[in-house]
Design a protein around this ligand. Sequence first.
Ligand SMILES: C[S@@+](CC[C@H](N)C(=O)[O-])C[C@H]1O[C@@H](n2cnc3c(N)ncnc32)[C@H](O)[C@@H]1O
Length: 270
Amino acid sequence: MFQFTITDSEFNSFRTFIYDNAGINLSDEKKTLVTSRLSKRLRHYSLDSFQQYFDLMMASVQSGERQVVIDLLTTNETYFFREPKHFSFLEREILPKWKGGKTLRVWSAASSTGEEAYSIAMLLDDMLGNHPWEIFGSDISSRVVKAAQKGHYQQTRIDGIPVAYLHKYCLKGVDEQEGTLLIDKKIRQKVSFSSVNLKNPLGNIGSFDIIFLRNVLIYFDMETKIKIIRQLVDKMKPDGYLFIGHSESLKGIHDGLEAIIPTVYKKAVS
Ligand SMILES: C[S@@+](CC[C@H](N)C(=O)[O-])C[C@H]1O[C@@H](n2cnc3c(N)ncnc32)[C@H](O)[C@@H]1O
């Protein structure tokens, strides 16, 4: 198959676009990634160059093609019960102390295809009995938001799910659904997903007892991280918790937060 090449100036155009629109900071090393992910759109439109595709995207009606580029240039890797220590911390330290009455609200703030939100949902249902809870999942990529809303996964993706939870919360596909699993409606109905760009003002999404912001800060520069953390702290309830990914750091930018254990923070009392 014909391989397209991207010039420095074309790469810079897409780099500026994704930085301005998603806050994602692409290094020079990401040239191959951009080429391989966007080449299919050049083929789709029978274009000869990335410049032509960039111009088409910028001129696209109601920014439909811009969303396609955002979907293609975000990295959506995720899996069930990723970074298990966070789930143990929730199970041992937070949920046993949770007093019912008010609805426990959790936000999976870069939820990708939903595995993180549904992992939390399984744990909440199991631990909280009849105490009310709800989870809000969000992502900048509309493609992954749609997938998350379905809660329907390939069987090959279930590795991290404890066996007891597989039986309790997952429906095994039969016939034409063979090889897939569907998250049980019992928990699906307490988990909602929407498109949210963390770089933009967050709007009226309420406040949260627990926020998972994992494996997304790595894509942002310092300025964007500061802005995003500030917005998230505003959305945390007093005593709320924030989880970030194990390879991420809030060094120098955790104003308003108190470190509890590495990668877990609590809203500081002001
Ligand atoms: C690697 S996934 C992490 C998924 C999950 N949190 C986990 O830890 O497994 C990163 C997600 O962040 C999303 N993302 C990137 N920039 C974003 C932004 N500005 N606003 C919201 N989501 C963003 C991507 O679309 C992607 O789905």
